[in-house]
Design a protein around this ligand. Sequence first.
Ligand code: NAG
Length: 346
Amino acid sequence: MAVSDFLLYCFISALPGPPGVSVDNAYVQLIPINKHKCPKIDPVRDISFQLYTRHNPLHHQRLIIGDDEALQKSNFNFSQPTVIFFHAFFENSMSLTATIIRTAYLQRGDHNIILLNAPRLEAGPWYLTAARNTEVVGRYTAMFIDYLVSRGMYLPSLHLVGLSLGAQMAGVCGQNVRSGRVTRITGLDPAGPLFKKWPKNLKLDAGDAEFVDVIHTDAGIFGYPTQIGHVDFWPNRGISPQPGCTIPEVKRRNPDAIIEPLFCSHWRSYQFYAESVLNPYGFLSVACNSWEDYTQQKCDPNQVTNMGFAVDYNARGNYYLRTNRESPFSIDTSARPEYSSYFNKR
Ligand SMILES: *[C@@H]1O[C@H](CO)[C@@H](O)[C@H](O)[C@H]1NC(C)=O
């Protein structure tokens, strides 16, 4: 890299800006910030960790690597499981996505929920830079996890959840944790563009945690096209348009939507997951070789598990299910023949 390039990027990175605006739940920035070219991280500005618990469901407490006082003063409960959520491209920790995931967990009331916040590094429309920055964010979050473990967090009680580019960050993060192996990573429609050609150390794969579960809803467009976890769920075939996501349907629900018609199917992944946090047994899925076999009821109805929160960590391979067109997405599977033996057993 040329010296002038380095100086330019570092100068931009050091600015309190660059100026950005929020449009329709998205964060757009004038200039990209490339952490490969200027890797210095200012945690307060570039990558931060925001803790929410049932004691502070609306206002976060910031946790910082090495800041024991902040951790002690916070409501972090070492006896409860911890979830770290990685937001997507164009987003930040205040986006609807992160808010819906956070609210679902806080309604349960039994988790430390930590939202990663890196809007400057994941700002639109700079997809290439945002995708490349996922490595830096993932590695930095791994250091944060090692810090929490050094202060008493039980690593097996940690679960990483990431949406789109955030799923790829979670993969890099899991792979770089030094204090042990992360138990579970959930990838919500992991980002597809660019990543298909990138090596495993830059993206989510089954090697990044003891158990990796993936929900595909826009495979081949914004989402990753193929199976990458220990278990991969393909609701409504895993592709666009998901039920309720055709452009006329989106426009009927929300005439002002600009971005939603494009992202509706991609976003279904986190909507299904958030619903599963509150309705853990609402997304019963069947192991199958293909969607065609599933629709023709050729798969083994004994091999079922729940998509999302209550997935069986022993499940392996591809699972299929259907959902409703609108929230609540969970359908009453007890009436469906492909699940009959499961319900007969109960
Ligand atoms: C921490 O979590 C444990 C286990 O759920 C609970 O018994 C305890 O009351 C919690 N502590 C606080 C301060 O909320």
